[in-house]
Ligand binder design. Structure first.
Ligand code: GLN
Length: 243
C-alpha cells in the first residue's frame, strides 16, 4: 500500500507551521509500515489529482491568497471533481476561505474556487487565540490555534466542531470549520494534526479506503506526547470539560 500526499502551493501557504500537517500524515503512515510520498504542488503548475490521495493546503496571508487566486482558476474544475469524488482534503484557514466563493478583504475581493458554497468577509479585529472544539466524529476534543480576520458563514454545511473555547467561523463562538464528504476545512493551525492524531487517522483511513476500495482500520499508536499536548490545551482552556 502506498499513499501520495499533495502539498498545495507550499511556498505561499505555510503559516504557523501548517507544513507540520503534511509531516504528520506522512509519519503516521510510515510508523505503521505503509509507504507514503509527499508531492509538492507549486503555484502555476498543473495538478494531476488522479495521482493524489490527500491534498493538504495551509494558511496564508491576504497577499498570498491574492497571488494564488489567478493560479487557482486553472485547477478549479479538477479540484472540484476530486472533492466530489471523495478525495481527501485538509484545508486550513486561508485555504478554507479559498475553497469558498470569495474572501472579501477591507480593500478587495479575492476570488475563491467555489467548491464550497460559502463566503468570507473581512472584519476589523482579528480573531486570535487557542481553540477547543467538540465534534461528534471524534472522541477527543480538537485543539488548535486561530488567527484570522475573515469571518465565514457556513449555511447548512456540517461544522467540523462546536466551539468550547475560542471564536470559530464567525467570531460568535458557535461552530468552527466544515466537514464535507472527505474534506475538512478549518481555521485551526497548531499545526492541527500532530495535536489531534484522531483527526489525522480519520483522513488517512478515508484516503486508504478510496484508493484500495476496502475498509482499512489503522493500528493504534501510543500517542503519548500527542495526547499530552492535546490534554494540556483542553485542561487550560476548558477545565470544566476535563473528565
Ligand atoms: N488572510 C486570512 C485572514 O486573515 C487567513 C489567515 C490565515 O491563514 N491564518 O483571515
Amino acid at each position: 500500500m502506498k499513499l501520495a500526499i499533495g502539498h498545495l502551493y507550499p511556498e505561499l501557504f505555510n503559516l504557523y507551521g501548517d507544513r507540520g500537517n503534511v509531516q504528520c500524515l506522512l509519519k503516521r503512515l510510515q510508523w505503521r509500515g505503509i509507504e507514503a510520498e509527499v508531492v509538492p504542488l507549486p503555484a502555476g503548475e498543473k495538478v494531476d489529482f488522479a495521482r493524489l490521495d490527500i491534498v493538504c493546503w495551509g494558511g496564508g496571508s491576504d497577499r498570498g491568497q491574492e497571488m494564488a487566486a489567478g493560479h487557482l482558476r486553472g485547477i478549479r474544475d479538477d479540484f472540484r471533481a476530486y472533492v466530489e469524488d471523495g478525495g481527501v482534503v485538509l484545508a486550513v484557514c486561508a485555504a478554507y476561505q479559498l475553497l469558498g466563493n470569495y474572501y472579501r478583504t477591507e480593500t478587495k475581493t479575492i476570488e475563491g474556487l467555489g467548491i464550497l458554497d460559502i463566503c468570507t468577509e473581512w472584519k476589523p479585529g482579528r480573531l486570535v487565540g487557542n481553540v477547543v472544539l467538540e465534534s461528534p466524529c471524534f472522541s477527543t476534543p480538537i485543539v488548535g490555534f486561530e488567527n484570522h480576520a475573515g469571518r465565514t458563514e457556513i449555511g447548512d454545511y456540517t461544522p467540523f466542531g462546536k466551539v468550547l473555547f475560542g471564536h470559530g467561523n464567525t467570531g460568535n463562538g458557535d461552530y468552527e470549520g466544515i466537514v464535507y464528504k472527505n474534506l475538512i476545512a478549518t481555521y485551526l493551525h497548531g499545526p492541527l494534526l500532530p495535536k489531534n492524531p484522531e483527526v489525522c487517522d480519520w483522513l488517512l483511513e478515508r484516503a486508504l479506503k478510496r484508493r484500495y476500495g476496502k475498509e482499512i482500520v489503522l493500528e493504534p499508536l501510543a500517542d503519548v506526547q500527542e495526547h499530552r499536548a492535546n490534554r494540556n490545551i483542553v485542561e487550560r482552556f476548558t477545565p470544566s470539560h476535563t473528565k
